[in-house]
Design a protein around this ligand. Structure first.
Ligand code: NAP
Length: 238
């Protein structure tokens, strides 16, 4: 199951996991975009289903995982990728903008991992992969809410890794740097060009760069890797 699969990084992750041979449950709010992606996966010989959900609603997230497990019979890989920004300098940031970002970017990840843990333990196999950000590692002016949520994902994932390691369930984080999606397009081309110049690898990342990392962490071969943060940022934070 991949959240935030309707566009951007989540779309790339879903395509890659389908290519890897997994049946993928595509989650977001935009039903049309998810249907288009499902058709693309199926026409390439893959298998996918669509589940619309507003991740701001914790009860809906819990129900979603339960229905995925009951419809599909199992849940092996959970990629919590969906995320939002509500940027503003600390002194001007409203409580609402803080709460909304924490709710979608962190609380939904907690609820989804908690709901997925039992079915994964029953199957003695699980891969929880949570998408954080380099902002969660080093902070970023204007993103106190986002940085708090993304740093929270890291602490929570390390805890989940320790709690479920003996049950065959791993939990890891991928922390992207600047990736070319609608989220970063909002910054404007001048800012993005400047950002690319400051990245050691001299380019913005693509969704596929993150999808490769997720594919590895989801694989059988990554069974001895848990509680880690894999930074995929062209060398920005090292
Ligand atoms: P994006 O292009 O804005 O896509 C965000 C995805 O999240 C969409 O599929 C959106 O689907 C979904 N989403 C947002 N709010 C939702 C909600 N309430 N319920 C369900 N789905 C929701 O963002 P992106 O750049 O691909 O980012 C994906 C993840 O990577 C995020 O967690 C982001 O914080 C992280 N990240 C991105 C970058 C970057 O440079 N792009 C860097 C570091 C980390 P709907 O609108 O259809 O619901």
């Amino acid at each position: 199951m991949v959240t935030g699969a309707s566009r951007g990084i989540g779309r790339s992750i879903a395509l890659r996991l389908a290519e890897d041979g997994h049946r993928v449950v595509l989650v977001a709010r935009s039903a049309d975009a998810l249907d288009t992606l499902r058709a693309e996966i199926e026409s390439a010989g893959g298998s996918a289903s669509v589940a619309t959900c507003d991740l701001a609603d914790g009860t809906a997230v819990n129900d979603l995982i339960e229905s995925v497990v009951s419809d599909e019979g199992r849940l092996d890989i959970l990629v919590n990728n969906a995320g939002i920004t509500r940027d503003g300098l600390m002194l001007r940031m409203s409580d609402e903008d803080f709460d909304e970002v924490l709710n979608v970017n962190l609380r939904s990840v907690f609820v989804a991992c908690r709901a997925a843990a039992r079915p994964m333990m029953r199957g003695r196999f699980g891969r929880m992969i949570n998408i954080s950000s380099v902002t969660g590692l080093i902070g970023n002016p204007g993103q106190a809410n986002y940085a708090a949520a993304k740093a929270g994902i890291i602490g929570m994932t390390k805890t989940i890794a320790k709690e479920f390691a003996s049950k065959g369930v791993t939990a890891n984080v991928v922390a992207p740097g600047f990736i070319q999606t609608e989220m970063t397009e909002a910054l404007g081309s001048a800012v993005l060009e400047e950002a690319a110049k400051r990245i050691p690898l001299k380019r913005l990342g693509q969704g596929e760069d993150i999808a490769h990392a997720v594919s590895y962490l989801a694989s059988e071969g990554a069974g001895y890797v848990t509680g880690q943060v894999l930074t995929v940022d062209g060398g920005m934070v090292c």
